[in-house]
Design a protein around this ligand. Structure first.
Ligand code: ZN
Length: 166
């Protein structure tokens, strides 16, 4: 079992997180997040309050919905190896991934899974933040052992997390 993390303290530049692009308040028409006081929050009451107050509101996709629209992941987690041939085990892993993603989205509403694709026995998961891909990789590694490798993509635009088990 091994774990290689080439970018433990490195933070990727997120071109979608330039806060000056957004007026305060902005509401995302797709997912309903509110941008207020330099933060994106999921807060129905705040959203209703703004909509009822007559404040001038900007409607613009939040960084997460924009990445999904542009198909621009910041993290790609790939699961592979013969271990996944066992459907039951694969489902357990995917349940773990989804549960952890829900936890993370609670902490950071901009952290989301963009898509989960299965191809040739591999599972490829795109995420809107690098930290979510990293976290999902670590959680799978912790629960299911195997090998974990975290590195930059060749383009340096996203991180690649590879988990593999025989
Ligand atoms: Zn949104």
């Amino acid at each position: 079992m091994k774990r290689i993390d080439e970018m433990y303290d490195v933070k990727l530049h997120d071109p979608y997180m330039d806060r000056s692009h957004y007026k305060d308040p902005t509401i995302c028409p797709k997912c309903g997040l509110v941008f207020h006081n330099k933060r994106w929050v999921r807060n129905e009451e705040l959203k209703k309050k703004f909509e009822a107050s007559g404040t001038e509101i900007a409607y613009k996709l939040c960084p997460a919905c924009k990445k999904i629209e542009d198909r621009y992941p910041l993290g790609i987690l790939e699961l592979r190896g013969p271990y996944l041939l066992n459907q039951e085990k694969k489902q357990l892993i995917l349940n773990t991934v989804r549960r952890e993603a829900a936890n993370e989205e609670f902490r950071n509403p901009l952290a989301r899974i963009m898509q989960i694709k299965e191809e040739d026995g591999r599972v490829v998961i795109w995420t809107t933040t690098e930290s979510l891909a990293r976290r999902l990789g670590r959680v799978v590694y912790k629960a299911f052992k195997g090998d974990l490798k975290i590195s930059f993509s060749e383009s340096n635009k996203f991180i690649r997390v590879l988990w593999e088990r025989e």
